[in-house]
Design a protein around this ligand. Sequence first.
Ligand code: D41
Length: 785
Amino acid sequence: MTPNKTADQAAQRAAALRAQLEDANYRYYVLDDPTLADADYDRLLRELEALEAAHPELASVDSPTQRVGSSPSGQFDEVRHAVPMLSLGNAFSDEEVADFVRKIVERLDVEAPEFSVEPKLDGLAISLRYEGGHFVQGATRGDGATGEDVTANLRTVKAIPMKLRGEGWPPVLEVRGEVYMPLAAFKAYNEKALRDGGKVLANPRNGAAGSLRQLDPRITAQRPLAFYAYAVGVVEGYELPPSHSATLQQLREWGFPVSAESGVVAGTEGLLGYYRQMGAKRDALPFDIDGVVYKLDDYAGQREMGFVSRAPRWAIAHKFPAQEQSTVLEGIDIQIGRTGAATPVARLRPVQVAGVVVTNATLHNADQIARLDVRIGDTVIVRRAGDVIPEIVRVVPEYRDPHAPEWRMPEVCPVCGSEIVREEDGVVWRCSGELTCAAQRKEAIRHFASRRAMDIEGLGDRYIEDLSDLGYLQSVADLYKLELADLLEMKRRADERDGTTPETVKAGKVATKWADNLLEAIDHSRNTTLERFLFALGIQHVGESTAKALALWFGELELVRRLPWPLFKRVPDIGGEVARSLGHFFDQPGNQQVIDDLLQREVKIGDAHPPTPKLREGLNLATLLVDMEIPKVTKIRADQLATAFGDAHKLLDAPEHAYITAGLPADSAQALASWLSVDENAQLLTRVGEALAQLDALTPAASATASGPLDGQTAVLTGTLTALTRDEAKVRLEALGAKVAGSVSKKTAFVVAGEAAGSKLDKAQELGVEVWDEARLLAFLAENE
Ligand code: D41
């Protein structure tokens, strides 16, 4: 582009650029099929801007360059709607919809009238006026008769065409529709506002309404607004198609976005089917909707039905249950989780939200409370969407008691009185009481008994509460001490406390039956696996998959409970944080005591096996020195130290200058010496050295000192296994001495073929290699592990 083009050339180029940019908008907003990359759009737009600056005579209000907003106006002028913008009646139930249809059937004498159906967007209704195909004025609905002139703001909404496409449009056309803010844009806008310390939008609806009412169109231009057309107003010099659906199609051709979710259905059944379909889709839509709208499709029928006050008898909105309600925040409780995390929970005056009574809402953490600035006694907006836990969206500041103090995290745990401390990440607060805290103890027991842990059926929250409160459960190990008399006594005291004393023979029998069942379930849980047991202990950061990995790699509890933490890092996917958390847990004498008690009370871990031979691969002083996370001791330095000293004891006994002789640079040598001068660290190194020796003895190198039933045999796994993963099968076969290979040869001892096994199975059959199915594998493992 050169600014000194001739006026003619410039005009031609500007027209071409505008056409290209408008086409890009149309493809993006109407067809939902963008072809121009954002960067290219920007490039063309800048070229057009430069051209218009160099040739002021080319400027035009409907140029794509004007989408950035003109300068602010003092106020909005009034606009009278020549054809009033009607309001819509609401239906909240299937019966009301049936009534609506029945009236039409009766008056028009048709059997199953056809309806145009569309989602009801939660935005702001507007009217757009086009003269000669050019956008000339846009107004809000206002009271339906008079609205506000927001033309300048609407010019910034890229989904609204400034010029109509195609040809043959009416000389005067008013299009009505909804301006809304798509959810992704709303989220992105708020995230940016939070980062920049700006004001966040309360919800997409307010976002749309507030943006259109900005006096400065340049602010509106920053707001990501969109638009859907759903009706026409004044139409001059043109005969519309005979139905609403055909009109929408025509509007689409002229360049207006029309919802892709709109359609035509017949009769009450059709409407209700559409309602349920949209209800199911609601959470997945890229915009908020608060219901659906039904419009009699045939215009002749519409005219015959007419209006009542300002609402058409031929259209109705069928609303979804509201997802937001206001209520009063009566208090903020602190919930203490299994690991002590202190989570604030809002106690609400009960309120119906989307058909469910809500009494609690999550507040996530103290930061969230500060961000929302919620205070006890506030009127708050509660939202419940889909299956998610209800949450507080915002406070209604108008109803705030001016004396309400800011909320603060209590300094001590409401359950045990221990200090509540803030974690390093600054977000999580934790009760420091650990197992002296009854709340943490109860949560620990609940977790221990849960289905995926020890699976004690029938031990509900209520019983955990009562048994703990009455002193029967100090730790999870006490579960295995419970006797029939304890349970009956607990039940009696709980009934007494609650004022329910059903001292009848029948009640006595019911209680005994319940207690018998629970005792049986507890007894049943005694036989467990290492994986479940480790998971059940409720160690911070140790979920099911970590527990499983530990069980597979180390094989037996005695090992796991005694290992120093760096050894845990030998397991793939276990990093420093999880390893330290394991170490910390097993370093607590109280935790070791609980484990002793459990074993003594005959909890049996049935699947002990030697550590996997794979453990040996990384098991040497050098890797462990790296795992210990000693400052400035990198892999190279660790190798040098291991080569020079051979074992942990020698390293511990060596003076600092020996590190230098070993090849360490002065700064590493110094860092190591100062690290080792801390008693705890020296002890850790001693323990690591001992563990190394112990594991060396336990995990003979795969081929050398063989001792498993599959020693010297090579197995191949193929196909899909159902009861265990291939990785798991591999580790377990290796634990029994097998070598697991990737391809079948004459040397293969056996092939384990799961479902849909392919060429490896063919090969095995061809070579006459033994083939095991999954059942045989499981039987073999059960027998030999
Ligand atoms: O999506 C909407 N919010 C929507 C609103 C819609 N899809 N259709 C609508 N149709 C009408 C009539 C039938 C009167 C043309 C409406 C509205 N009205 C409406 N919006 C605000 C008040 C009325």
